[in-house]
Design a protein around this ligand. Structure first.
Ligand code: GTP
Ligand code: MG
Length: 197
């Protein structure tokens, strides 16, 4: 897919105030610092579109980016981030949960997982919760450039094996690097395929 245009539209803490034009949207979720905002910049080929930071907890709102005037990419706050204490964490959790459960335009969620780490309880529980609520999602492994290809494949295989302990079937899996542009075509094709279905 060719990205002809990508523009920031609006930031909100409430899904009810998000765009109401009914265009399909694809949202990125995962732990703080996993690379959600960077992936949006990589997919759109626009470096400063979504704000990124090496410090976790950068994205605090639901951010809509309109792509080709036809569909949205949505950058969400990370989950599980502790700096703001329990109250701040609960507030973010509520924003995320309401968005995921109530937002009708949300077509597919991408759950981002740092490819360097072993399966984390918080991610596994989050995906479990998505399953219980019938939310369609795909898994995106991030920061693939930080590992050698052998280690990367081992980690991904181990992750899949872990998922198959509880899931009968695996969701679609993508491997990406925002540094190198890896996985861009695959992700965009996947979105295009859903858009035209
Ligand atoms: P929050 O908004 O805080 O939840 O974080 P986020 O998930 O949006 O992460 P963000 O995109 O801000 O990236 C966090 C850090 O990881 C930044 O320093 C990025 O430069 C770095 N990063 C993101 N993706 C990649 C990648 O593919 N490769 C490498 N090497 N670094 C990456
Ligand atoms: Mg972010």
């Amino acid at each position: 897919m060719i990205i002809k245009s990508a523009e920031f539209v609006i930031s909100n803490s409430d899904y009810r105030k998000c765009p109401q034009d009914g265009k399909p949207e694809y949202a990125f979720i995962g732990r703080s610092n996993v690379g959600k905002s960077s992936l949006i910049n990589m997919l759109t080929n626009r470096k400063g579109l979504a704000m990124t930071s090496s410090t976790p907890g950068k994205t605090m709102l639901i951010n809509h980016f309109l792509i080709n005037d036809e569909w949205y990419l949505v950058d969400l706050p990370g989950y599980g981030y502790a700096r703001r204490g329990k109250e701040g964490r609960d507030k973010l959790r509520k924003i995320i949960e309401d968005y995921v459960l109530e937002r009708e335009a949300m077509t597919n969620l991408f759950v981002l997982i740092d490819s360097r780490h072993e399966p984390q309880k918080i991610d596994l529980e989050f995906m479990e919760w998505l399953g219980e609520n019938g939310v369609p999602f795909a898994i995106v492994f991030t920061k693939a450039d930080k590992l050698g290809s052998g280690r990367l494949q081992l980690n991904i295989d181990a992750y899949k094996e872990k998922l198959l302990e509880t899931w009968e079937e695996l969701p679609p899996v993508f491997v990406t690097s925002s540094e190198k542009g890896q996985g861009r075509e695959e992700l965009l094709s996947y979105i295009e395929q859903i858009n035209s279905a």
